[in-house]
Design a binder for this molecule. Structure first.
Ligand code: THG
Length: 370
């Protein structure tokens, strides 16, 4: 295998030393930054997430900050969801689309105040898009990437741990709501969020020089809950049907085609990029393709990193694209995520997908699996 040269172009995270000390073995690059993927024991990492509590360096979830008098107008224009009723301290899962209604990102949008918003983005250079459009529009808004690096604490024991660190009041924070707070003077935004369905919080560190200090505080308090390191978990996210932008969507997909229809408002007075195109999709009977789960009739003995999107076929004809395939520990079977033609799903047809042991039959089902 080749080695990766470290340079300023490839950004380390504020938790870098901690993740190395914890034994990170696998990384990927996301938003030009290091994302630890494993600490060498995927089974233990999964078990911790499902039954205990795990700490994840998710600094790669960079923030695009909009600040200034026109921040609200800008945030709305970039978002294919009506955010009129959003309040301070609230986040919402949203789609950002281009003018053709194709999805470009699926961030969590956070309203810090009437004139300050964060898009907590997936892997794509949204800051360039936002800067360009803001300048062309002549808005009074500053578009920046602030010094903010989320640390996720996920799993059924996460709430007890966070309550111990911050106080009992955190139990009242609802999904995607957040507070500005600190831990031993380390400035944070504490949000009930995270890329798993096991519950938990994200600590948005606002001082990149104190990442390892924050990591150590969380780990020390988490010892009695048997906390351990982990990462956004591929198996759990497939079971839960959580979208991985860039992995799941095929180029030229609208939000309806990646399972985000529930987060799109087309019947609204607010203006946003891609609105006319998305209204057109709705007016013409809905999307051509849908995002579904697959139950695959093949054993997957080893984790199989799908090297690229592969076709979903019926009798050799392509009817969709396979985005992920895993062995689900909790379901005890092989499951996958795919984007397939809608008429096919409605007819309940059996399809075929590629597996390490050859072509296998699969049936579609709605998401999530669990
Ligand atoms: N947290 C933060 N930023 C992020 C992510 C995150 N940026 C990148 C990436 N993850 C963005 N993608 C997602 C995908 C799914 C969810 C959040 C961010 C998610 N979805 C739930 C679901 O689909 O069931 C809940 C949606 C809802 O009920 O509104 O949580 O994880 N900071």
């Amino acid at each position: 295998m080749f080695r990766v040269t470290i340079s300023p172009r490839l950004r380390m995270t504020p938790y870098h030393e901690s993740t190395v000390a914890a034994g990170a073995t696998d990384i990927t690059i996301y938003n030009k930054m290091v994302l630890p993927l494993s600490y060498g024991d995927l089974e233990a990492e999964y078990d911790r997430l499902i039954n205990g509590v795990a700490i994840w360096d998710v600094s790669v979830q960079r923030q695009v900050q909009l600040s200034g008098p026109d921040a609200h107008e800008a945030a709305q224009y970039f978002t294919s969801r009506d955010i009129t009723k959003m309040v301070e301290g609230q986040g919402k899962y949203v789609a950002m689309c281009d003018h053709a209604g194709n999805i470009m990102n699926d961030p969590v949008l956070m309203k810090l105040s009437g004139n300050r918003y964060w898009f907590s983005i997936a892997d794509n250079d949204m800051i360039l898009w936002c800067k360009g459009i803001a300048a062309e529009k002549g808005w009074d808004v500053e578009v920046t990437e602030p010094d903010v690096s989320p640390l996720a604490v996920q799993g059924p024991k996460a709430e007890d741990l966070i309550a111990e660190l911050f106080g009992e009041h955190v139990r009242d924070i609802r999904l995607f709501r957040f507070i500005e707070t600190d831990l031993d003077g380390i400035p944070l935004v504490l949000c009930r969020s995270g890329w798993s369905k096991q519950g938990g919080f994200e600590l948005f560190l606002q001082d990149g020089s104190r990442g390892n200090e924050l990591w150590d505080l969380v780990v020390a308090a988490g010892e009695k809950y048997d906390i351990g390191p982990g990462a956004p978990n591929h198996v759990e996210r497939v079971e839960s049907g959580l979208l991985s932008y860039g992995g799941d969507h095929t180029p030229g997909s609208n939000p309806f085609e990646v399972g985000m229809g529930g987060y799109v408002d087309t019947d609204t007075d607010v203006d946003y990029i891609g609105k006319a195109a998305l209204q057109h999709v709705v007016a013409n009977g809905g999307p051509e393709r849908v995002f579904v789960g697959l139950n695959v009739d093949a054993a997957l003995d080893e984790p199989w990193p799908l090297p690229a999107r592969t076709p979903v076929t019926v009798d050799g004809d392509q009817v969709g694209t396979l985005c992920a395939i895993v062995h689900s520990h909790r379901l005890g079977r092989t499951i996958g995520l795919a984007q397939v033609n809608r008429d096919l799903v409605e007819s309940n047809a059996t399809v075929q997908v590629q597996t390490p042991t050859g072509l296998a039959d699969a049936t579609t089902q709605s998401l999530p699996f669990i």
